[in-house]
Design a protein around this ligand. Structure first.
Ligand code: 5GP
Ligand code: ZN
Length: 114
């Protein structure tokens, strides 16, 4: 999508620090990390949010989950654990409207929302 920040990052128009990439998924470091390891995992095709998932693009979630495991292994957070967060929409606190999974780790996460 033309004016989407993450589509531009995927295309390489905006620089990012790549952690992992495959045919379907791109994973890169968050510019403003909340934890020592904070990686964003995004589908290469533009999907606005979880709300925009449908029968034609839902398979991307499988690719993303597979990539999250790779990211956890690459960054070493697979050993002690990590948290995955998806913000959806205004009340969910989403600011970039290209579906992304936050992978957070490298420290013990003490703030428990649920
Ligand atoms: P959201 O609030 O939509 O769930 O998450 C958006 C995330 O994108 C934020 O954690 C923010 O720090 C990150 N972000 C925003 N702009 C950029 C950028 O230009 N590069 C990178 N690597 N991350 C970004
Ligand atoms: Zn996009």
């Amino acid at each position: 999508m033309e004016n989407c920040l993450f589509c531009r990052i995927i295309k390489g128009e905006i620089p990012s620090t790549k952690v992992y990439e495959d045919e379907h998924v791109y994973a890169f470091k968050d510019i403003n990390p909340a934890t020592p390891v904070h990686v964003l995992v995004v589908p290469k095709v533009h999907i606005d949010s979880i709300e925009a998932l449908n029968d034609n693009n839902i398979e991307n979630t499988t690719h993303i989950h597979r990539a999250i495991k790779k990211v956890a292994e690459i960054t070493g957070i697979n050993k002690d654990g990590y948290r995955v967060i998806i913000n959806c929409g205004k009340d969910g606190g989403q600011t970039v409207f290209h579906l992304h999974y936050h992978v957070l780790g490298g420290t013990k996460l003490t703030e428990k929302i649920i």
